[in-house]
Design a protein around this ligand. Sequence first.
Ligand code: DAH
Length: 338
Amino acid sequence: MLNNKIIENIRVNFENELKSVDKLQLLEDLRIKYLSRNGQISALFEQLKDVSKEEKPLIGKSLNDLRNVAANLFSDLKAKLETTDTNKLPKIDLTLPGNKYAIGSKHILTQTLDEIKSIFKGLGFSVNEGPELESDYNNFGALNFAPDHPARDMQDTFFISKDFLLRTHTSPVQIRVMENNKPPVRVIMPGRVYRNEAVSSRSYCMFHQVEGLYVDTDVTFTELKGTLVSFAKQFYGSDLKYRFRPSFFPFTEPSAEMDITCYICKGKGCKICKHSGWLEILGCGMVDPNVFGFVDYDPEKVSGYAFGMGIERTAMLKYGITDIRAFFENDFRFLKQF
Ligand code: DAH
């Protein structure tokens, strides 16, 4: 017959067994053994109906106490094991090699520009940038282009409105720099430029240039040559041969173009250099006094030089790339080589 001693025994057994439980699975076994519908505690409730009327209230209360105590002990231990049971925690094998992520790399144009920047920084130049949407005045007028200059033609220039356009070169940044700074200035100005040209292996409707400008008192053409030769030797190699040819740009006087010996034939003459042995790398010259007039610099007091080069062209010459479109097609097989 069910009595308090039996109930007490079950409680002691349950508590003893609980002490050795350190895994959720073992705890679940214990729950089934004692607390489930077919468990020992439920079985005791079954026996309650045989208990005499007088004893029923007392035994019933003891049984309820047992069930509550057991349920509480069970849920306390369950909460604890859920945070410590290693079978439940995500399994981590610290000896496995880590996940590999594909890391990107810099585009060849960015690498080329980084190299150009670092060479000119070493020569005392700082870096400045201007907008790609420019005024006709900055892109042409203030750079001494005559109103009827052919470069203004719709054939070459993407006009946005009568007075605004996508800059066709980085030279307008010269105007912005001089309008906003008193001399001396010594800056390079990289950026994107746009030309309304038929796309081919040699020309694209958008490309990049780096402009250079140095204005101070008594700046000479010799300094211009010295700076550009120093740049070319650092960039293309110290055994390089070079020459300056007279040229024309509206914003420089005198103007020149710089050539280096062809990297393919070393000057003997080949298809790339059109059998001349030379490759043109940049345009340059002494800042035209008219340009100083537009930016309120006194041409009697200051002089300066400017230069400009295409970054695609520079990279093509250095790495032997023969199609400018390769820079913009994002073909992995091309990009991965650099
Ligand atoms: N702006 C010229 C071009 O796009 C390049 C250039 C030539 C820039 C001579 C200069 C320079 O600063 O002095 O063809």
